[in-house]
Design a protein around this ligand. Structure first.
Ligand code: V47
Length: 364
């Protein structure tokens, strides 16, 4: 395989990766541009193996999207709705907590809570949802509210980011999911999500959370109008932030789904681009412990293949997903443990059911 990488003109990057040396922005661009997917995947696999051995992780989780009412209305999003729209909804605190009660007989270890930027729910609503869930299932890990939502909650509460985070933590928030990062480039934000928190501010919220001891994830929404340079700049900003705080757990490339969005004329991502994003991220983000292949967006089959292209995690059971399905995802709503274990085993990896912080719950 070394020969294949050298023939692909990537021998110098192989030397860097073997030597544990950081790859540059230019190297990452060369990987994206290389037509030799296998060579790029081979490089990513070296990094994956060094960091995670033969382990491939999944989690028994549950998603709760408490409301899709949103004041941002990003062009790439089919989920967020104006509060007066027919499809707009919101759950009461009791309804959100009921979602957890409904699954008390299942070994759910994490609840993933994300919504739009609601125009009028008070800060107390968010605290009550967290407290209500912890009251019925105290051991569950609550991964809640993207950095964009946190900044919005701080505004509603009239408090600083740090104080807002501390109140959310006291109410039960245990970690922060990676959404809302999109592409940090101001050009992309202006064209697709003008009202959204800037990339710099997204990173500031994440770093503030890290300083308070919270672990967070990071994402990148790819496959719309971003350039390869903008993708790599995004990765570079994440790598620099991680150098500062070390608080990021996982990076998740998110494949753009165009249906029912204002960018519906764009085609869905290809399998090659899905694998390239995983592989380049694994090579470049040498300080991120985990790279997730999110099966909801790229499908279980591609997620399985991604385990040989840099990914060490396929997300989890999920149970009920709205954001990507509103945008035309054709994947199922949930995967069972048996299915997750099967795709991982067949990829030659050891399936590990994990907790949110990658603690081992069960090895299969
Ligand atoms: O923030 C919105 C993205 C995100 C579309 O942290 C879209 O472990 C594709 O962040 N096509 C929410 N993506 C999902 C998310 C996530 C998912 C799984 C695991 C984790 C984690 C995080 O979905 C949003 C936005 O960036 N999104 N619209 C769309 N049409």
């Amino acid at each position: 395989m070394d020969e294949l990488v050298v023939q692909a003109g990537l021998g110098d990057i192989l030397d860097k990766i073997r030597g544990g040396e950081r790859i540059s922005i230019d190297d990452a661009l060369r990987l994206y541009r290389s037509p030799n997917l296998l060579a790029v995947g081979y490089l990513a696999n070296i990094v994956r193996e060094r960091l995670n051995g033969n382990n491939a992780y999944f989690i028994y989780n549950q998603h709760i999207n408490y409301s899709n009412k949103c004041t941002n209305l990003c062009k790439f999003c089919a989920f967020g709705k104006d509060k007066s729209a027919d499809l707009a909804y919101e759950m009461s605190v009791d309804e959100a907590v009921q979602k957890v009660k409904d699954r008390m007989d299942e070994p759910v270890s994490e609840v993933h809570i994300v919504g739009g930027l609601h125009p009028d729910l008070p800060f107390s609503y968010y605290l009550d949802v967290l407290r209500g869930i912890k009251a019925v299932r105290p051991e569950i890990h609550i991964q809640a509210f993207t950095c964009v939502e946190i900044a919005h909650l701080a505004e509603i509460a009239g408090k600083g980011i740090e104080e807002t985070l501390m109140e959310l933590m006291a109410a039960g928030m245990d970690s922060i999911p990676g959404g809302g990062a999109e592409v940090f480039s101001p050009r992309i934000r202006k064209l697709t999500c003008e009202k959204k928190l800037s990339g710099e501010d997204w990173l500031e919220v994440a770093k503030t959370a890290h300083r308070l001891g919270l672990r967070t994830n990071a994402t990148m929404l790819y496959g719309h109008i971003e350039t390869l340079e903008e993708r790599v700049d995004h990765l570079d900003a994440l790598r620099a932030a991680q150098d500062e705080t070390g608080g990021f757990l996982a990076f998740i490339p998110l494949a753009f789904h165009p249906k029912n969005t204002e960018m519906a004329d764009i085609s869905r991502t290809t399998g090659i681009d899905d694998l390239k994003n995983i592989a380049v991220a694994r090579c470049f983000l040498d300080n991120f412990p985990h790279i997730k292949a999110y099966w909801v967006q790229i499908g279980p089959k591609m997620a399985q293949v991604a385990l040989s292209f840099g990914a060490d995690d396929v997300d989890g059971t999920v149970k009920e997903e709205i954001i990507t399905h509103m945008a035309g995802a054709e994947t199922e709503q949930a995967m069972s443990i048996n299915e997750l274990v099967r795709i991982i085993k067949e990829a030659g990896r050891t399936p590990i059911q994990r907790g949110t912080l990658y603690d081992v719950i069960k090895e299969y």
